[in-house]
Design a protein around this ligand. Structure first.
Ligand code: PLP
Length: 333
């Protein structure tokens, strides 16, 4: 099968760029020093590639990701780096064929874990992102409460998501150090072997955690491309030009095939004007020609995670050859 024969919009994974990204990360954060976040790709076939590169523990955002990985034999050490109180989903994770650890940040999440058969937890600590996580000074008390209920507390996690994209590298380093001071202060009270934090924007500057939770590095996007990271763009939308005139052209991706919270996607050599449900309107830059209807155009998404989740499958490609088809099988909750 050839890329130009695929119906569009089609999600493409560039095999060589993906391999470069996985190998580059594994060289800096080998084996358990990286716990890849699967929410970025929601694809067990891609997770299997990450395992082949040495990372056999995974970070998940949803119970579905945990259960799906466990059922395909990738359940060595799965972390739900997120809170849930849902008894059905907690039970499904407890019954899954793998080792499952869930994040807790309150007496309520501890109660729900105990009541539904979860054995191991991490204390989730707020290190500055106003989202989940207990105040650092409450972490020890929560760990004691969890242990008193029979849970194994493996350590702490603290995701510094507000610091992922800071273009001034020195400022980023300083801010991340302050956030990690909070996490280590909590860890001193909690104990355990695991100190988990970080993402694609900070993976290289962590020196006091046991593992980094990066996900976007595998496929990248234009948002992370603002930073001088060594990773390559590895996913694209193959689209077809469906209308054109002498000022602009329109291709058949849009809001329903692209995550848009980081703004418009990019097209090399063109300026994207705007996206509608099923259209991207774009015009030439740098003297490029307006493509006629029927031409193919590669659209580069601005945010990988919410783009991937809109697609049922990805085509793994090298040039115009389709090498494989990978289901995006960890979608849903
Ligand atoms: C809990 C958690 N850990 C880690 C990450 C890092 O992911 P990425 O590498 O895509 O920045 C995220 C992303 O939102 C997250 O929510």
């Amino acid at each position: 099968v050839r890329v130009h024969d695929l119906s569009t919009p089609a999600l493409l994974f560039d095999a060589d760029a993906l391999e470069h990204n996985l190998a580059t990360m594994a060289a800096v954060r080998p084996g358990p020093a990286l716990r890849p976040h699967v929410k970025a790709h929601k694809c067990t076939a891609l997770a299997r590639e990450q395992a082949r590169h040495g990372h056999t523990g995974f970070t998940c955002a949803t119970p579905r990701e945990v259960v799906g990985l466990a059922e395909t034999g990738l359940g060595d050490d799965l972390l739900l780096a997120n809170e849930t109180l849902d008894p059905h989903r907690l039970r499904a994770m407890a019954d899954a064929p793998g080792r499952v650890t869930v994040a807790v940040d309150s007496a309520d999440t501890i109660d729900a874990a105990v009541a539904n058969g979860i054995a191991e937890v991490l204390i989730d600590v707020n290190v500055g992102l106003p989202r989940c996580g207990c105040p650092p000074q409450e972490a020890g008390r929560l760990a004691d409460a969890a242990r008193a209920r029979g849970l194994v507390v493996r350590g702490v996690m603290g995701y510094e998501g507000h610091l992922m994209v800071i273009e001034d590298a020195e400022r980023q380093r300083t801010e991340v150090a302050k956030a990690m001071d909070l996490l280590l202060q909590a860890h001193a009270d909690v104990g355990g072997d695991v100190v988990s934090a970080g993402g694609t924007g900070t993976y290289a500057i962590h020196d006091r955690v046991t593992e980094v939770q990066a996900g976007s590095y595998a496929l990248m996007d234009t948002y992370y491309a603002k930073l001088p990271l060594p990773f390559r763009q590895a996913h694209f939308l193959e689209t077809t030009v469906i209308s054109a005139n002498n000022e602009w052209a329109v291709c058949d991706a849009g809001l329903k095939s692209l995550g848009m919270d980081h703004g418009n996607p990019a097209i090399d050599g063109y300026v994207v004007w705007f996206c509608s449900d099923e259209h991207v309107t774009f015009a030439p830059a740098e003297g490029s020609a307006i493509p006629p209807p029927g031409d193919r155009v590669k659209v580069i998404p601005a945010h990988v995670d919410p783009t991937i989740t809109l697609h049922e499958r990805a085509y793994v490609v090298r040039g115009d050859d389709v090498l494989d088809t990978w289901p995006i099988d960890l979608r849903g909750w």
